[in-house]
Design a protein around this ligand. Structure first.
Ligand SMILES: Cc1cc2nc3c(=O)[nH]c(=O)nc-3n(C[C@H](O)[C@H](O)[C@H](O)COP(=O)(O)OP(=O)(O)OC[C@H]3O[C@@H](n4cnc5c(N)ncnc54)[C@H](O)[C@@H]3O)c2cc1C
Ligand code: FES
Length: 350
């Protein structure tokens, strides 16, 4: 099976487009928003709240690609991404180290992703429950902006869990949204509050989100959108299922582990041949993924999440073996190019 096509918004560009970071604003401890504008100055296509972009950047010879959700609505000429610095993280460390005048060039692929709120078949609105853990607020925040812009008539609940006040990103922006959206109700959980946080009006619940909290917002037709750490997503999805919320009303997005680094298999450089495009390259452990190498070789490969979740990059293996640490392989003779680690030389139907 060749990589699977997916819908892209109208006006989306193909491949990588050069952008400049023109501003950065701190949102919380280790969380910074970046404003990016296209270097060609041409208009940007619209996107749907919850969608993300793939961003390629880094020093020459060590460029990396990561996905980042768009954390606001489109404006005339730029996108906003909000990035949390993770310990030892290559891309988040690189972005957080940038400072004005932001000389580093970055490239973006057009917005994509299906973690979005779509009105019902007859265009009807339904109660929406957004559940965010930490930096998982970013796609849900752009959903909220979209709901406000569209004048969503049904109730909206945001359950937002952070460790403490210092990790509470977008507190003011969410307050402004509440003022503009009479049907929006926000509950903020501080899972590990500092003593001073307990008297803060910004903290509604000192402690973790529980099944009882979920039961309190589980209106019959409500749809649930969850983004946060993997353990939180697993807990919420299971609790919702126990509350009788069917899979058709539960949607989750995980920002994903760095799967390609976690394999226990003995890895060595492996030659890779893409038969239909006539390209060959060498894959190296710890280096760019098969997806990134194929893109660098000029091959147009469908991709979406880049962490082995969406199956957009599944490709047929004509020869060779791969390890997909922590992931199910799409099929015995297929691999996800974004996370697969070659164990032998590969021949791929691409
Ligand atoms: C659809 C989607 C949307 C996303 N949206 C956002 C967003 O809005 N904001 C955001 O901040 N992030 C978002 N992410 C996550 C983002 O793509 C990156 O994964 C994140 O920024 C970390 O990237 P990094 O390069 O800094 O870290 P990496 O270098 O990939 O490392 C990640 C972690 O792995 C550890 N690690 C590094 N090397 C090793 C090793 N050899 N062995 C074991 N562990 C190791 C690091 O210490 C670090 O903790 C999103 C992801 C997806 C899939
Ligand atoms: S891009 Fe989503 S599985 Fe590879």
């Amino acid at each position: 099976m060749a990589s699977r096509p997916q819908a892209e918004p109208d006006g989306a560009w193909a491949g990588w487009r050069p952008f400049r970071i023109v501003a950065a604003a701190p949102e919380a401890r280790d969380v910074v928003s970046f404003r990016l504008v296209p270097q060609d100055g041409a208009a940007l296509p619209p996107f749907r709240g919850g969608q993300h972009v793939a961003l390629r950047a880094g020093p020459a010879g060590a460029r990396r690609v990561r996905c980042y959700s768009l954390s606001s609505l489109p404006d005339a000429g730029g996108y906003r991404l909000t990035v949390k610095r993770v310990g030892g993280g290559e891309m988040s460390g690189f972005l957080h180290a940038l400072s004005p005048p932001f000389a580093a060039a970055v490239e973006l692929m057009a917005p994509r992703g299906d973690f979005c709120i779509a009105p019902g078949a007859a265009g009807e609105a339904f109660p929406v429950v957004l559940i965010a853990g930490g930096i998982g607020i970013t796609p849900l925040l752009s959903m909220l902006h979209q709901l406000r812009r569209d004048g969503w008539p049904a109730p909206v609940d945001l359950l937002y869990s952070v460790r403490s006040a210092s990790a509470h990103a977008f507190a003011e922006e969410i307050l402004d949204l509440q003022k503009a959206m009479p049907r929006l109700s926000v509950s903020t959980f501080y899972s590990r509050p500092e003593p001073a946080d307990l008297s803060s009006a910004a903290c509604d619940v000192a402690g973790r989100l529980s099944a009882a909290h979920l039961a309190g917002v589980a209106a019959p037709a409500a749809r649930f959108y969850v983004c946060g750490p993997a353990a939180m997503i697993a807990f919420v999805m299971e609790a919702l299922a126990r509350l009788g919320v069917g899979a058709e009303r539960r949607f989750a997005e995980s920002f994903g582990p760095p799967c390609r680094r976690l394999s226990g298999a003995a890895l060595a450089p492996q030659p890779v041949q893409l038969v239909r495009s006539g390209r060959t390259f060498l894959w190296r452990p710890g280096g760019p993924s098969l997806l990134e190498l194929a893109e660098d070789a000029g091959v147009n490969v469908m991709s979406n999440c880049r962490v082995g979740q969406c199956d957009a990059c599944a490709a047929k293996l004509l020869a060779g073996e791969v390890d997909c640490p922590g992931q199910e392989q799409p099929a015995a003779d297929e691999c996800f190019l974004c996370v697969a680690q070659p164990l032998t030389p590969l021949i791929i139907d691409l």
